[in-house]
Design a protein around this ligand. Structure first.
Ligand code: C2E
Ligand code: MG
Ligand code: MG
Length: 569
């Protein structure tokens, strides 16, 4: 079996060329060939198809061997080219090898030709395999497997390079709206298909002038070198436009919208990491302001550098899976005073920060509340609280779990829907979930709150007003709300044993609550005196360090065992 071989002969003599080909046939090759004698003809042949080898006669009238070598080298093609010459001195041979020739053969030693080609072809194959492996490695390290676009690492590298080359540089961060929902409802493979399509459309708009990267999840980014604010905004507008048409996924046509945050160098910084973070802040500002694009604004950014970092880290922490999770929940017992019995627990979030240790919610919840990140946090807490609740139910300990909501959660019209779907997922009866809302959160947007609260109430979950007494809600307004209980703020409870005014406030709140048919809870109970006082006032439920601090799930189990059936110490 002869091995097929495609050869270009750069040769002015037809006879010499035939001689070479004959030699190759003898060496076991089935040759297809083309003879060329000018640089244009050589170029045309290279452009037209793929070749295995190029044989070059050194001495030609129209086209010198060295010129041919230079042309081949410029072409960047990995094809062995072998010089064939009647008379080539050592010096010329060396020169030819420098010019890129792989080997040279004397016309009177043509028997060497076939073995030389065997060897060169083997080397080409090895080089190709190595290149292929290297490409695979690069692909895995630098490209996103779902969309095939550059990943975060490659983007970082390109941003650094761009910043080192020529300013200005613009960075756009794109975050799809509601992608998680699509992913959850349609499944990951359809989610991936959507990401691929979105990536393709965005990439067409970005074109060669920039780098579109897929940072993972539903985040994309564009690096625009040598671009200022105008260019970045114009591109953002085009990106939004290109996704105005719905995307076909699994027989549906899905509308995709996203927010874009823009950071500019040198205006906002000249470090890759910093620019990315500022684009992130701008993106959140866009989401919060319900605008589709926003440019980073230092004035609007009350975040110090540290806070920016913390926000980015919280975002990452929220995306970590169960085993690696840095967030955790503690549960604080709520004790019914009439029977001294555990009536439920309040879920309180903590963050085991990799450098700063265990952070209290006060260190990061208010920060998260300034951005839409709070919604992700709430979703995390709800999911994990309900998972824990299911665990307790299976262990025959049906505990009511209370989760704190923030003002921004009430702007989310889909919250009731999300709660309902989580209850279904974990098979928890709605009355076993309580949602705590602070008075001030309710007052931020009373109309919207009322709507969401009505919907939540419709599901059958219990609603409670937290930190009661610290806000200025009117009684008339409170009466309209479908709440089940109020939690008297700890500032009143802590002082009531010593301070008559505080005691008066607590007493009248208990009475007011009962008049409205509500359960009254006192939080911040730190000593027995206060506990007894509350009991005598007819307060229904108490919570506080005197009864128990917030505990992790295991410690809560031990606490229960120790205090059952009468829970008051
Ligand atoms: P909160 O909802 O009013 O929760 C009660 C807070 O008081 C908890 O602080 C609890 O540990 C603390 N506490 C309980 N008993 C006593 C006591 O006897 N004395 C004193 N001095 N403090 C007591 P924590 O866990 O630091 O949470 C602080 C606040 O952070 C919570 O106030 C709540 O508004 C917010 N928070 C906690 N977890 C979450 C969450 O998952 N989501 C949201 N949106 N907010 C949360
Ligand atoms: Mg609370
Ligand atoms: Mg409270």
């Amino acid at each position: 079996m002869k091995i097929p071989l495609k050869v270009i002969c750069v040769e002015d003599s037809e006879g010499d060329s035939l001689l070479l080909l004959k030699e190759l046939e003898r060496g076991g090759y089935a040759v297809t060939s083309r003879r060329v004698e000018t640089s244009e003809a050589l170029q045309a042949a290279l452009d037209a198809e793929a070749w295995d080898v190029v044989l070059i006669d050194y001495n030609m009238p129209l086209f010198s061997g060295l010129e041919a070598l230079a042309l081949l080298k410029r072409s960047g093609l990995d094809i062995p080219f072998i010089l064939v010459s009647g008379s080539i001195g050592e010096e010329l041979a060396v020169q030819a090898m420098h010019a890129g020739a792989h080997d040279y053969i004397m016309k009177d030693h043509l028997a060497r030709l076939a073995p030389a080609i065997d060897r060169e072809l083997k080397e080409v194959r090895e080089r190709r395999a190595r290149r292929h492996a290297q490409e695979m490695i690069n692909r895995l390290a630098w490209y996103d497997p779902v969309t095939g676009l550059p990943n975060r690492i490659l983007l970082h590298k390109r941003v650094r390079e761009a910043l080192g080359n020529a300013l200005p540089v613009a960075l756009l961060l794109i975050d799809l709206d509601r992608f998680k929902e699509i992913n959850d409802t349609l499944g990951h493979s359809h989610g991936d298909s959507l990401l691929k399509q979105v990536g393709r459309r965005l990439d067409e708009v970005v074109g060669k002038g920039g780098t579109l990267a897929h940072l993972g999840g539903d985040e994309f980014a564009v690096l625009l070198p040598e671009a200022g604010r105008k260019d970045a905004e114009a591109l953002a507008a085009r990106l939004h436009r290109t996704c105005a048409e719905p995307f076909p996924v699994s027989g549906l046509s899905l509308d995709v919208s996203f927010s874009i945050g823009i950071a500019l160098a040198p205006e906002h910084g000249v470090e890759a990491e910093l620019l990315l973070r500022k684009a992130d802040v701008a993106m959140y500002a866009a989401k919060d302001g319900h605008t589709d694009t926003s440019v980073y604004q230092a004035e609007g950014d009350t975040h110090t550098q540290q806070r920016l970092t913390l926000l980015t880290e919280l975002r990452q922490a929220l995306s970590l899976e169960n085993g690696d999770s840095q967030l955790l929940l503690h549960y604080q017992p709520k004790v019914g005073l009439a029977q001294s019995r555990l009536v439920g627990v309040e879920s309180l979030v903590r963050w085991r920060h990799p450098r700063q240790g265990l952070l209290s919610p006060m260190d990061f919840v208010p920060l998260a509340e300034r951005t839409s990140l709070i919604r992700m946090l709430t979703a995390w807490v709800l999911r994990h609280s309900l998972a824990q609740s299911r665990f307790w139910r299976r262990a025959r300990v049906p505990l009511k779990v209370a989760v704190n909501l923030s003002a921004r959660d009430l702007d989310e019209e889909r919250l009731p829907e999300q709660v309902a779907s989580l209850l279904r997922e974990f098979d928890i009866p709605p009355e076993s979930l309580e949602l705590e809302l602070t008075e001030s959160a309710l007052m931020k947007n009373p109309q919207a709150s009322e709507k969401v609260l009505d919907a939540l109430d419709g599901l059958g979950v219990a609603l409670s007003i937290d930190d009661f007494g610290t806000g200025y809600s009117s009684l008339a307004y409170l009466k309209r709300l479908p709440v089940d209980s109020i939690k008297i703020d700890q500032s009143f409870v802590k002082g009531m044993a010593r301070d008559q005014d505080a005691a008066l406030i607590v007493r009248s709140t208990v009475n007011l609550g009962h008049d409205l048919g509500l359960t009254v809870v006192a939080e911040g109970v730190e000593d027995r005196e206060t506990l007894d006082f509350l009991k005598s006032m007819g307060c229904d439920v108490a919570q506080g360090y005197f009864l128990s601090c917030p505990l992790d799930a295991d410690d809560l189990g031990r606490w229960r065992a120790k205090h059952a059936p009468g829970a008051t110490p």
